[in-house]
Design a protein around this ligand. Structure first.
Ligand code: PLP
Ligand code: COI
Length: 342
């Protein structure tokens, strides 16, 4: 099938309408068979719980055109499991893993020409959404849910692409509470993070870096991505905390770092440690690895690289992750799942 006529190399991370999205409804105890829709608006009851009481969770993952021509989704089974952990925490109906994976395959097949060609640096971003669509005015879980998946071709999340970004430690606002819902992908966390992000951008930084809400002592994560730092002796260190999202990209990097002899460790990371790291990055599906150029904290700034060149550790982790995603090196852990063509 011919590809859409798009300037693939110039894509940013923005919404683009594609051919079809897929929607499944859970009602009276069962999910329906799912239907493809061409329109990108959603008719909804005005008392739907997702609108009032935040019963809204989502997932993001990517589909790639591999070197050998296969179209594959990256670790989507992990997204399915994470969506169900999110659902459990905010009392929503879970989506069976098989249904989740099949929904992605169906919607990708319906938008095949939008999968960016191999070698363009772009990918097909998959956004899966689970929302309470049953009407409820008392605060309680909905009795009807909609699971919806849509896709769009994307380039880098941060405008700078693989160029290093500037972070600022946010001490005034919290993103998530220690025993709250920071570890799941519920929409409210992103609303809570807007104050920090907008403030950071207004001050000339790319994003905020949050601290733990209880003690304001330990690094948590950035608004849309996890954080890692590299110690002087080349160890991969990433925060352990109950209030950060368990990133699937970070989980992959921990394995890659292990394979590269970087002795990865998840542990609380005191904020002062930013001044000891020799390299640092943010990681996520959208962010991939976005190298960190500097982190401002109070009246000091930790600097990891000069100009637009990423640090050496970020560069080698990035190369290996992308090589696996694109099928340029053997997929020894079985992270890529092939989608059969339409
Ligand atoms: N942290 C937050 C708050 C996120 O929204 C994301 C994006 O999904 C990540 C981290 C990275 O997670 P993943 O690598 O699974 O995309
Ligand atoms: C992703 O990386 O898939 C995300 O969901 C982050 C998002 C806030 C853009």
């Amino acid at each position: 099938m011919t590809r859409a006529n798009l300037n693939w190399k110039q894509l940013g991370f923005g919404y683009m309408k594609t051919n079809h999205n897929i929607r499944y409804i859970w009602k009276d105890g069962a999910w329906d068979a799912g239907t493809l829709h061409a329109e990108d608006v959603l008719p909804m009851h005005m008392a739907a719980t997702c609108l009032h009481y935040g019963q809204e969770i989502f997932e993001g993952l990517k589909v790639f055109a591999q070197k050998n021509g296969d179209i594959t989704m990256f670790r989507a089974d992990e997204n399915a499991r994470r969506m169900n952990r999110s659902a459990e925490k905010v009392f929503m109906q879970q989506v069976p893993e098989e249904l989740f994976l099949d929904a992605i395959a169906r919607v990708v097949r319906a938008n095949w020409e939008y999968v960016p060609p191999y070698g363009t640096g772009a990918s097909l971003y998959v956004r899966a959404l689970l929302i309470g669509t049953g009407a409820q005015i008392g605060v309680k879980p909905a009795d009807e849910y909609t699971f919806l998946v849509f896709v769009m071709p994307v380039g880098p999340y941060f405008k700078s692409g693989f160029e290093p970004i500037r972070l600022v430690v946010e001490e005034e606002f919290d993103r998530a509470a220690p025993n709250g819902v920071g570890d799941i992908k519920v929409g409210g966390n992103y609303a809570a993070g807007l104050r920090g992000s907008v403030k950071a951008r207004a001050a000339g930084y790319t994003e905020a870096l949050y601290l733990d809400a209880r003690e304001k002592k330990y690094i948590e994560e950035s608004g849309p991505a996890n954080f890692f730092g590299i110690t002087k002796d080349g160890q991969y260190v990433t925060p352990h905390s109950p209030s950060i999202l368990p990133s699937i990209t970070n989980m992959s990097l921990v394995q890659i770092a292990e394979d590269m002899g970087m002795r990865p460790v998840r542990r609380p990371v005191p904020v002062e440690e930013i001044f000891d790291f020799v390299d640092a990055g943010t990681c996520g599906t959208a962010a991939v690895i976005t190298p960190v150029k500097s982190i401002a904290y109070r009246d000091r700034e930790a600097v990891y690289c000069n100009g637009t060149q990423p640090g050496e550790y970020c560069a080698k982790l990035y190369q290996q992750l992308v090589a696996i995603q694109l099928g340029e090196v053997p997929d020894v852990y079985g992270w890529n799942r092939k989608i059969t063509p339409p």
